[in-house]
Write a protein that binds this ligand. Sequence first.
Ligand SMILES: Cc1ncc(C[n+]2csc(CCOP(=O)(O)OP(=O)(O)O)c2C)c(N)n1
Ligand SMILES: [Mg+2]
Length: 460
Amino acid sequence: MTKGLTRQQYLDLYYFMRLNRAVEDMMVKLFRQNKIVGGLYSSLGQEAVSVGTAYALEKKDWLAPMIRNIGALLVKGVPPRDIFMQHMAKYDSPTKGKDGTSHFGDLENLHIVSPISMLGDLIPVMTGVAMAGRYLGQKIVAMTWIGDGGSSTGVFHEGLNFAAVQKAPFVLVLENNQWAYSTPVKRQVPLENLADRAKAYGISSYTVDGNDVVAVYSTAKEAVDRARNGDGPILIEVKTFRRLGHAQHDPAEYVPKEMRAYWEARDPITLYEKFLTSENLLDDKGKKEIEDKIEKLLSAERDFAENSPMPPAEFAAQGVYCTGDDCHKVAPKWQRPIAEVTPPKSSVAAVWTVKGFGSGKTSGGGSAPIHFGDTQKHQDQAEAVPDQKPKDTEVPEAVAKTMEARNAKPTKVAAKVPVNVAAKVSAKSPVKTPAKKIAPKKSAKSAVVHAKPAARKARR
Ligand SMILES: Cc1ncc(C[n+]2csc(CCOP(=O)(O)OP(=O)(O)O)c2C)c(N)n1
Ligand SMILES: [Mg+2]
């Protein structure tokens, strides 16, 4: 473990890792008591990642967590009761019971963007947050996390490329925990270090031991400082291990025993305790004080959560759709007079009009919906009485010429081209590919066949 942090920083990292684990342990109990609504994901063994990276952010910075980043929420200041209540779908939860797991945010105070289930979608979103901060003259950094599996989605690449070209102050933490559901990394990415993905976008990257909280923090701090100072986005790959299954339902029997044993011997909290003890930063008394503090806090938070009511049934129909004044207002900010930028003033005359178009009548005499078949009768009438022809059904002169040219028989055009020239032109035509597919053995000949004027005509 590296040195150079203040005593308080060392102890904060320890406190938050212990809090992260204790919150999740408590939720496992709640889950088994059937008090959690929906799935429960675990970051057991990955606490150093969430805590070490989020601890590198300042209060004004923004983050968006994924399913294994409860530690980051705690570091940012989310009270454990909100996490409990959110998982229990209680009325006092941040989403008032309308959503579960860690699907909630806090745009006003803590600067947390709610997770997006579609893996990778937070990357362009948080790039946008980072850019918005820059436009507003704030020196903020935006951070989000992605798994090894999530790093193979299309939006991961689109998002990171976009962040790179915009030089957004954005830090992406790639949490390589060796598994995506039951798929091991090696079966879905042909890379030893997933940090190498950054090379494709010309951005900086780091690879760090995700079970060494000081290394994670120091790396994240450097990345956050660099992003804040204009170095553009940075990718950090943290190598770690998902100790439990994908969620509570998954016993993860597909994980080789040796692999599990290797990582269990490298528990991030145990490793850190050893370091703190060897540096005289933590002794048994200090450890006990922290444990007691967490236990007292969490039993009060859990009681609060358990006592919170479930949402009233009638609330199910409220707050689902934005209804305007009682919700956030989405209103255009007109920079020019509305009349100037809306029809009819803003209307552009159609360059392509059809006789009788839109003038059809229903059997009852009213206006019929536009339909070519329906307008035939009316067209005839319009031609018989030219004065009554509506103005907008006239064909402008330029368009009429184009129509004439289009309607002209293709044979006439082909006839003007000497056969030998037509053959050359057509031989170069990219349209020859299908012919090759149909008759692969006659490729040279098929191009010549297509060069015949008749074939050209058919393609028009
Ligand atoms: C675009 C997309 N594809 C598939 C899923 C379903 N899904 C949810 S989590 C997950 C596995 C994610 O693995 P990884 O990214 O390695 O994260 P980890 O669970 O290991 O933290 C999958 C496939 C999804 N949410 N979004
Ligand atoms: Mg994974």
